[in-house]
Structure formats: structure tokens, C-alpha cells
Ligand binder design. Sequence first.
Ligand SMILES: Nc1ncnc2c1ncn2[C@@H]1O[C@H](COP(=O)(O)OP(=O)(O)OP(=O)(O)O)[C@@H](O)[C@H]1O
Ligand SMILES: [Mg+2]
Length: 225
Amino acid sequence: MSAILTAENVCRDFKIGDGSVVNALKNINVEIEQGKLTVLRGRSGSGKTTLINILGALDRPTEGKVMFLDEDITALSDKQRDEKRRYDMSFVFQSVALISSMTGYENVEFGLRLAGYPAAQREERVKMCLANVGLAKRMHHRPGEMSGGEQQRVAIARAIAHSPKIIFADEPTAELDTQTSLYIVKLFKELVEKEGMTIVMTTHDPSMMDVADVVYTLEDGEIVE
Ligand SMILES: Nc1ncnc2c1ncn2[C@@H]1O[C@H](COP(=O)(O)OP(=O)(O)OP(=O)(O)O)[C@@H](O)[C@H]1O
Ligand SMILES: [Mg+2]
């Protein structure tokens, strides 16, 4: 067992308009293992998004720290954290954030360009990743010419293309029907098993638990058994 990412005694408080404080996360300890699919589950408002955002360096904890490959990323500057995210991490969100004027191919290619992937190898890599998610035939469609599941698969191809060390997915299947959701989750499972990727996903869909290697349950900002 080797942890790629750990949260140590993480708390996150939000101050809201009326001056009161929401304790969204209370003393969270989790270990994300390399090469595994970890699921964070829990009811709406339990703290899943807050936690995944902190694990992925999109947000900072109020207390506690996050270690990524033995480095305390909570202690880094914003710029250093941006770099970690750009090169080592990837994100897949509930509502797909593809660029609507670009085809599937161009969306994935653009992501590689941002990550500084060598130009000469981009075309081959883009085609391979789109084929990996079963979209070889649809790669020249724009998002508006694809189904929700196909768009999410482009987003996944974009997320895996630069070979990040870890992928974060916040409710990636929430807007998809059951069958398409299962397809996406099986795809994640395949990426973990065949390509050795590390994936952290949030969901409140019980049918997604079967494929997870590790499940953490959040209740009211705390990890429960
Ligand atoms: N920016 C914010 N300001 C104030 N309170 C917040 C903020 N973000 C989240 N919260 C509160 O923190 C708690 C956890 O929210 P979070 O979004 O992490 O839940 P979630 O488990 O992802 O829920 P869902 O399943 O609905 O996405 C909730 O009580 C929420 O109202
Ligand atoms: Mg959420």
C-alpha cells in the first residue's frame, strides 16, 4: 500500500453572509492509494465537493494539511499549486466543461497544449486517448453534436491525455442516465486496472460503489465507517 495523497486532520470552515460559520469538514483523515479507484460518497451537503477540491489543490483547508507525493501542498504558493494541478492532476466535473466551438479532437489537443505536451507527439496521443474512451468515430464532432455521455468521455480523454498522476472527478455521472453512468465508471475502472491511474471520484449513486477499490463515506463533514 502506498498513498499518493493524504489529508491530515483537515478542517474547512466557511463564513457565510450572516456572520455564522459552516464547519463543512471536521478533522478529516483520508489516504488515497496509488493505482486505485477511491470513491467519496455521502448525501448532498455532506462535504464531498469541499473535500475533493481540497485534495485537488483547488481550495485550501482552514486547518490541517494535504500531502501529495510526500510534499505538503497546503504550504505551497498559489503559483506552485497551479503548476501541480496543470502537470500532475486532472479534473472531470459534473457538467462537462468542453469548449463548444472545438471538436472532440481539438478539445483534447488543446488540453495537451496547455500541459506543455510536445507538439510532434500530440496527434498520436489525442487519437489514442479518444480511442481509449470509445470515441474514435466521433472525434470530429463538436460537443453540441454529441450525447451527454459522449461529451463526458471527451472530458475524460482530455483528463487522461497528459498522463496525470491523479484524476479527480466530482459527480462525473450525475447528469447521465444509469447505463451511460455505468459505462463511465467501468471506463474509470479500466484506466485504473490497465493503465495504473489513480482516480478519486465523488458520487451519491449507490450503484457506483461496486467498482470502487476504496470507499470513504462522509456524513455531515465527517468520515464515518
Ligand atoms: N462556498 C461556501 N460557502 C458557504 N458554505 C459552503 C460553501 N461551499 C459549501 N458550503 C457548505 O458546506 C457543506 C458541504 O458542501 P459540499 O458542496 O462539499 O457538499 P456535497 O457533499 O458536495 O453536496 P452535493 O452532493 O450536493 O454536491 C454544505 O453544508 C454547504 O452548504
Ligand atoms: Mg458536491
